[in-house]
Design a protein around this ligand. Structure first.
Ligand code: WT7
Length: 630
């Protein structure tokens, strides 16, 4: 990468890191992939198991509905488990887990395979068939991994709803996906308290129809309501002979759906991003192997929640496809003390830590001493995802956690991309705050309003110009919205919704969302969801939400509320509204600040001009106001 010519603040990888790296020469690999990207992906796909080989790597006959590995037959869960359970990896740890309360579990490939097959048979016995949707609403325990893989194994489509979401968010997702089975934990431990997941689910099920059975996983053991005929305990069914009968796997078409994952968009309800067995498998397998440089002896820790794409791709599928050991922790990073993470890295000898800037900033706040108490010499690589990482946090992570020997893989990607898109690899020189360049085989650009590429260091719209295997296939049930949202601004190119610039060395710097999506602590929330939660309160007539810079969370939500006639503004009402949003959407969506207003800035067509609110709050120029109504 022309190492001597780079400008700015550069961090070069050490000889040891390069010597170990799966990819030593990134430029060479990129050049090769550029000449023939289908060929590049085809080679990667050949490293995995297929019941029947594909006829075609990419079918682009119906753009933008791309298909990958058409004619190929596989099953991602088979590649995650059965393949390894038949080799020397049989007794290797697949999953290593620590509960917030200090409990510990370790599962080998053999045992995770066996338990998952039993779980799959339990689902079969409940009538779940290929193509059926199953909603999963659980805390971070090994059972969520089994639940996802069990669905994949029998060809059911999982839809995991993050355990931090609440009643209305869960209701909407159950209904939109038309799930017939819900898998839920009784509760989850978080910060020493219990999140009553089953209770929240019961309330959501009063609003949603369609669920025939609820499979309940015992974690916290508190008293819960079990509805006769509908609700069943997993551990009771797992003890029945039915759970043991067979280990058959559903042979899936490469393009058969694997999962739905809801994410926030610009307008309206969250949309279900659809991913498939074949392409997603090839994408997550390859990116994890190259970027986090997975080796046989590695213990990889992705500290995200399985309820987000990061967890899907890099706690569950990516690590298991690579036959690695995936570590999962149930609780909060600071429970009971701010050294919890460092303690676990030392205790289990973890080699790779992948987390979000918000978590890094949150832990940095407690000072270096908490980190320095622990031997973190097992760490070889670090990672970041979810939002731009500020250079200050980057440097702290690099120096204090990584002891200046662990390169930081700042990976830019989205729920829709399924896999890393802009990312370094260990052998690449780094610049704090930049994800470096697109992954081999992927072409990206930064365009102005008219579709012309911008000059170096100018800001513009980030787009993807080549299809990639783990790409979103559609928005479930809404093909039109898929085309409109991602492929209509610049025909033939995928619109990311982010703005970015590229420097003179070709390094990409992602700036942030340019639409009405707010990243709060790395979580993606739509202004529309927060606003509709506020408006669902009896006292509220209208509401607007915006994101404003926040030291730890990246962005914090500010909400402006017009009350209904007869409702009186008060501090108590503000608290009530915050609680209401927490109850409907989830604690992460609670506004930091609520302000009661008489009117909201709107365009003549009635759209709220959030940038005007934002500019006012920040004390900056609101820009062009010609469309403002008054
Ligand atoms: C949005 C996607 C896929 C991982 C979790 C987030 C922002 C993500 C980075 C990064 C700067 C980033 C973008 C993107 N984002 N990673 N390394 N640097 N921004 O997935 O919830 O679908 O959010 O997260 O704005 O569009 P998501």
């Amino acid at each position: 990468m022309g190492q001597n010519k780079l400008s700015g603040d550069i961090y070069y990888p050490s000889k040891e890191v390069i010597a170990k790296a799966n990819v030593k020469d990134w430029d060479e690999l990129s050049e090769k992939a550029k000449k023939d990207y289908p060929g590049f992906w085809e080679e990667r796909a050949s490293e995995l198991h297929w019941f029947q080989k594909w006829n075609k790597v990419i079918d682009d006959s119906n753009k933008p509905f791309y298909k990958w590995f058409t004619g190929g037959k596989t099953n991602i869960a088979y590649n995650c488990l059965d393949v390894h359970a038949k080799t020397h990896r049989r007794n290797k740890l697949a999953l290593l887990w620590e509960g917030e309360n200090g409990e510990f579990r370790a599962m080998s490939y053999y045992s995770l395979h066996r338990e998952t097959c039993k779980f799959a048979n339990v689902l079969r016995s409940m009538g779940v068939k290929k193509g059926d949707r199953v909603t999963i609403y659980m805390g971070r325990t090994p059972e969520i991994v089994m639940a996802m893989l069990a669905c994949a194994r029998i060809g059911a489509v999982h839809s995991v709803v993050y355990g931090g979401f609440s009643v209305e968010a869960l209701h909407e997702r159950i209904e939109d996906s038309q799930s017939k089975v819900l898998i839920v934990s009784d509760g989850a431990y978080q910060r020493g308290k219990i999140v009553p997941l089953k209770e929240i689910a019961d309330e959501a099920l009063k609003r949603a129809g369609g669920i025939e059975h609820v499979l309940v996983v015992k974690r916290t053991g508190q008293e819960i309501n079990m509805e006769v005929g509908r609700d069943m305990w997993l551990h009771e069914l797992m003890a029945l002979p039915i759970a043991n009968q067979d280990y058959t796997v559903e042979v899936m078409d490469a393009e058969d759906p694997l999962f739905l994952l809801y994410t926030s968009g610009t307008t309206g309800k969250p949309k279900a991003i659809l991913h498939t067995h074949g392409g997603y498998m090839v994408g997550t397998y390859t990116t994890l192997k190259y970027v986090f440089d997975i080796h046989e002896e590695d213990r990889f820790w992705c500290a995200a929640d399985p309820g987000w794409i990061t967890g899907h791709s890099y706690i569950v599928y990516g690590p298991l496809l690579n036959g690695a050991t995936s570590f999962m922790y149930e609780g909060a990073p600071t429970h009971p003390y701010p050294n919890r993470w460092w303690q676990m890295i030392e205790k289990y000898g973890l080699n790779i830590l992948y987390t979000a800037p918000t978590a890094i900033r949150g832990l940095m706040r407690f000072g270096d001493a908490w980190v320095n108490r622990h031997d973190l010499s097992s760490l070889r690589l670090l990672g970041s995802v979810g939002e731009p990482i500020n250079p200050e946090a980057w440097k702290w992570y690099y120096k204090v956690v990584g002891k200046e020997k662990c390169p930081i893989m700042d990976t830019w990607w989205q729920t829709e991309t399924g896999m890393f898109m802009i990312t370094p690899m260990p052998s690449v020189p780094l610049k704090p705050g930049s994800g470096t360049k697109p992954f081999p085989g992927i072409e990206m650009d930064i365009l102005d309003e008219n579709g012309t590429p911008v000059a170096d260091n100018e800001e513009g719209f980030l787009v993807i110009k080549t299809p990639w295997p783990a790409m979103i296939r559609t928005i479930y049930g809404d093909d039109d919205r898929y085309v409109e949202q991602y492929w209509s601004k610049y025909p033939g190119m995928y619109l990311t919704g982010d703005s970015a610039r590229r420097d003179e060395d070709g390094y990409f710097w992602v700036i942030g969302r340019v639409d009405d999506v707010i990243k709060v602590s790395g979580y993606r929330l739509g202004t529309a969801e927060i606003e509709s939660a506020l408006v669902s309160h009896v006292s509220v007539a209208e509401a607007a939400a915006i994101g404003l810079p926040h030291e730890i969370k990246g962005n914090a939500i500010y909400a402006y509320v017009i009350l209904k006639a007869g409702s009186q503004p008060s501090e108590e009402l503000k608290d009530e509204l915050r609680l209401h949003v927490g109850h409907e959407v989830g604690p992460i969506a609670k506004p930091e600040k609520i302000e009661f207003v008489e009117s909201l800035p709107k365009t003549r067509s009635g759209k709220i001009m959030r940038r005007v609110l934002k500019a006012k709050e920040l004390g900056v120029d609101p820009g062009n106001l010609s469309t403002l109504e008054e």
